[in-house]
Design a binder for this molecule. Structure first.
Ligand code: ATP
Ligand code: MG
Length: 503
């Protein structure tokens, strides 16, 4: 390609809406242009980068045993009704009707369609394992499309789906994909971490997010400074903190007017914050009241809370009436005196506390000398890790200090188990001629998001510093003095040789 012919309209100024550096630099370099919110056209330079990323992904998917297919973007609602996700997917799904008023969506993902494809063809364990993938546009009507390619409404995704005969075999497929992803991000020259992730709504099993480290990232990651443990802040497991041994003193109710926050309580009673117990009351979308207790200086991890309530997908702060009906008092709450049968979740660090301060379930009153092992007596209490990781917490694997960083989720790998095969009846006959559901996994990479992440991680005051493997061009031939015929001829010769050598 001759620079004089290249369609790459550059800009001197940054468009006002481009908040992060990758978006600014892609715009200024003439790689992308906006069509509407969360929709972009790739210009030739940008599209070359996309194709190089796709090619690396394709090679690694093929090497791991994947076979490329191409499914329609437009998907009939009937398939989604079968899995139960037509209603569950919500506003993020772009829905349309055809001329016969039949419902369709523009695929946000393809589990249903691929399960439908495979259930009609796979009959025997001899046809397994099977891995099918595609690289194609996905549509999600994001609440806030932003940061250019990072969170758009139409975006390119590689999605691979694995089908296996049992859990062990599914885990082998998972490991193959995990290794393939590691190769992909290494080949692209990016600094990344496979981070243990919550796979909440999709249900059971393993999940890792492949996270490119960069300050603009939306993911908070906790990682160990010594071993290779890394997890999203929502997922990070935490070991209970021991408290110094103390003799348990008798419970004492004290007046604490107006102290309905931990900070006000700490200054009113002049106690260390580590001696206080924080209460948070939630109601789930299934209308279940959940009272949660963590140490005063800790924060509640709502994902961990949701995971304790079967069937719940969402939480909101509890209504006052619901708290009072259970025997609690908002702002002055502890498990002491709450009705048996109420779901009470207590972080294990709280259970280790001695002579702590907690609410008395009465306006403007707290208890002193709360000893949870002695005083929290309901059978409906569940002691489980509930808190959010913070800088300096001990690693659950080796005990060294953990630190926090930000990253961009560029890809994710999941085991799905039999969630889709069961709801959609995708079965095969095993070695004994018995019908079994297929064990599945799904594995996505955001191609555009990966490009943006590469730029976030690799730029300086001059602009983008491409890792070589994904640079739009690797060689630029310049005749220093184009007026000299011999220089021009030589430049032409080198240009010709480069073209011969391939893209
Ligand atoms: P997020 O949590 O960021 O919304 P997700 O977990 O919903 O993403 P997946 O369903 O795991 O995304 O999709 C696989 C990959 O597709 C993601 O890892 C990401 O790289 C990419 N991706 C998802 N949503 C978008 C989007 N709106 N714009 C660009 N890429 C996206
Ligand atoms: Mg994800």
């Amino acid at each position: 390609m001759r620079a004089s012919n290249l369609y790459a309209p550059t800009l001197r100024n940054t468009p006002a809406e481009a908040e992060i550096i990758s978006h600014q630099l892609m715009y200024r370099a003439g790689m992308i242009r906006k069509v509407a919110g969360g929709m972009y056209t790739f210009l030739p330079l940008g599209w070359r980068v996309i194709r190089k990323i796709e090619q690396i992904i394709r090679e690694e998917m093929d090497a791991a045993g994947g076979q490329e297919v191409c499914m329609p973007i437009l998907q009939p609602s009937e398939l989604w009704e079968e899995s139960g996700r037509w209603a569950a997917y919500g506003d993020e799904m772009m829905r349309i009707k055809d001329r016969h008023h039949r419902d369709f969506c523009l695929g946000p993902t393809h589990e249903e369609m691929i399960t439908d494809l495979v259930r009609d063809e796979v009959r025997s364990y001899k046809q397994l394992p099977l891995m099918l993938y595609q690289i194609q546009d996905k549509f999600r009507d994001e609440r806030r499309p932003r940061f250019g390619l990072m969170r758009s409404r139409e975006f390119i995704m590689k999605d691979l789906y694995s089908f296996d005969k049992d859990v062990d075999s599914m885990n082998v497929s998972y490991q193959k994909m995990y290794d393939a992803y590691t190769n992909i991000y290494n080949r692209m020259g990016l600094e990344f971490r496979p981070v243990e992730a919550d796979n909440g709504a999709i249900g059971g099993g393993h999940s890792h997010e492949f996270t490119v480290l960069a300050d603009a990232g939306e993911s908070n990651i906790a990682y160990c400074t010594k071993c290779d443990y890394a997890a999203s802040d929502e997922k990070a497991e935490l070991a209970p903190i021991e408290a110094a041994a103390e003799e348990a003193l008798p419970l004492e109710k004290v007046a604490t007017p107006g102290t309905n926050t931990i900070d006000s309580l700490v200054s009113f009673l002049n106690v260390p914050i580590e001696k206080t117990i924080k209460a948070v009351a939630y109601q789930t979308d299934t209308d279940q009241l959940v009272l949660v207790f963590v140490r005063g200086d800790h924060d509640v991890n709502e994902v961990k809370v949701i995971n304790q309530v079967p069937g719940a997908l969402d939480l909101h702060m509890a209504e006052e009436e619901a708290i009072k009906a259970a025997g609690g008092y908002p702002g002055f709450m502890s498990p002491i005196g709450v009705k048996e049968g109420t779901l009470i979740l207590v972080d294990p660090t709280v259970m280790n506390m001695a002579n702590a301060v907690a609410g008395a379930n009465e306006a403007d009153h707290h208890y002193k000398n709360v000893n949870p092992k002695r005083d929290f007596t309901q059978e409906s209490i569940v002691v489980t890790d509930l808190r959010m990781v913070k800088e300096g917490d001990p690693c659950p694997h080796c005990g060294a200090k953990m630190t926090m960083t930000r990253g961009i989720e560029a890809g994710q790998v999941f085991t799905l188990g039999t969630k889709y095969s069961q709801s959609m009846g995708a079965v095969f006959l095993d070695e004994h001629g018995k019908e079994q559901p297929l064990y599945m996994g799904c594995y996505g990479i955001g191609v555009g998001r990966t490009m943006a992440a590469a730029i976030e991680q690799n730029n300086d005051e001059q602009g983008i510093v491409w890792p070589r493997a994904i640079a739009p061009y690797e060689v630029v031939v310049v005749a220093v003095n184009a007026k000299k015929d011999d220089q021009l001829a030589y430049a032409e010769e080198v240009y010709g040789e480069c073209q011969q050598a391939g893209p």
